[in-house]
Design a protein around this ligand. Structure first.
Ligand code: ZN
Length: 232
């Protein structure tokens, strides 16, 4: 993506956020892969929205990209698995084991076997390594801290964790500047131009009863800066 296109995406992200298009803003973050919104990620992990957590992160990395990515996916799926076990949803736990965790057995067969054995325990806290697992809320807080560290250490995320510094309402400012420029080109500019569309260039000539005689206006054409803002 060219650097101007990247910047255009950031302008749109800012606009979507300011206009509170809550789902769309995260979809675009993910689809463009340009900005990883840690705040949103934290929210999803804290609420245990594991499918969304994995979907979102998949916009930025795949399981086998590097060791950090592999660990990230493993931690997410392991937590999803433990939560299913903890609420005694055996069918779901088996599904997660087969669909999500099995692929890690090629890296570490021992861990996969141990995880399979947890299915037979009434409470996985009987296992020594998991004896400190508290309730779901505290377990999610711990896994979130681990995930954040892995994300911050992952080179694929390095330039994606910081939203660029730009003024509020930047897209709107640019549109206003463009409208002002279009009006500046009007041969017979109205004092209070009536802007009703962005779909085509503005011209005062198109509005009925649009203008005063040029001679009268000559002294009173406002400076461009004074015209701001058409859009509010
Ligand atoms: Zn005009």
């Amino acid at each position: 993506m060219s650097s101007l296109n990247r910047e255009a995406v950031f302008l749109i992200l800012q606009f979507l956020d300011e206009e509170k298009f809550k789902d769309t803003v995260h979809k675009l973050e993910k689809e463009s892969g340009l900005y990883f919104n840690m705040r949103y990620f934290e929210e999803c992990v804290t609420n245990g929205e594991w499918d969304e957590v994995e979907q979102y992160i998949s916009g930025f990395t795949k399981v086998d990209d590097n060791k950090f990515s592999m660990k990230i996916f493993f931690e997410i799926r392991k937590q999803k698995y433990l939560e299913a076990l903890d609420r005694h949803d055996h069918a779901k736990a088996v599904e997660i084991l087969v669909k999500d965790l099995k692929e890690f057995s090629k890296f570490n067969e021992g861990i996969f076997k141990e995880m399979t054995l947890l299915l037979n325990l009434g409470n996985f806290r009987e296992k020594e390594q998991l004896s400190k697992y508290g309730d779901t809320k505290s377990a999610r807080a711990i896994v979130l801290a681990v995930l954040k560290k892995l994300i911050e250490a992952n080179p694929l995320f390095h330039d994606k964790l910081q939203f660029p510094t730009l003024e509020n309402l930047r897209l709107r400012t640019l549109i206003n500047q463009s409208l002002n420029w279009q009006h500046h080109l009007c041969k017979r500019p109205r004092l209070n131009p009536d802007i009703r569309t962005l779909f085509e260039d503005h011209t005062c000539l198109k509005s009925p009863c649009a203008y005063l005689p040029v001679a009268i206006l000559a002294d009173s054409i406002p400076k461009v800066s004074a015209l701001l803002p058409f859009l509010r």
